[in-house]
Design a protein around this ligand. Sequence first.
Ligand code: VGL
Ligand code: ZN
Length: 209
Amino acid sequence: MKSALLLVDLQNDFCQGGALAVAEGDATITIANQMMAWCKKKDVAVVASQDWHPAKHRSFAANSHTEAWTIGELNGLPQVWWPVHCVQNEPGAEFHPALEIKRLDFVVQKGTNMDIDSYSAFYDNGHLAATMLNDWLKAAKISHLYVMGLATDYCVKFTVLDALAQGYKVTVLTDGCRGVNLKPQDSDEAIKAMQLAGAKVSTSAAVLG
Ligand code: VGL
Ligand code: ZN
């Protein structure tokens, strides 16, 4: 069984000082770097997703004439209205400066269609269009993913659920994840939902040994 490490959205806007900063988001970067060093030693591929929105993205509250952090509907799907974040080619969309990006084997960008949000690194929220991630993993004969990153209750959760639905085995590294927690229990519930769907839950320490 061939594994890959999948780092979800370790970008400036989800870290301290960012537009959609997640509490303790920066704490995931050290863990990502430790995991990547282990991957190099074990010849395990590393892939990363990047939230990559056009400035006119309709998930942005300002573009949908509403207030950030409230909930509405976009394209027939429930939608949290977000502050402007991860705009293509802007500093907020860059990977965290401490992340050792030279170790990345593949980067998948998502959220590029302004009319629909895309939490999962595999599909947009309506499952209308696939990214290149599945093709890349299939070509590399990878069947198991270690997943960690930001945010637990959005992009990590939906990436893991899509991975499981496509037949990948998944291990979520909980210490490498942090959540938005619009409701305080959202991240815990997201972990439970991933487990219920078949994900294993572990920590970086348990993997690194
Ligand atoms: C994310 C909200 C909006 C995430 C992306 O990476 O979890 N959350 N866009
Ligand atoms: Zn986004």
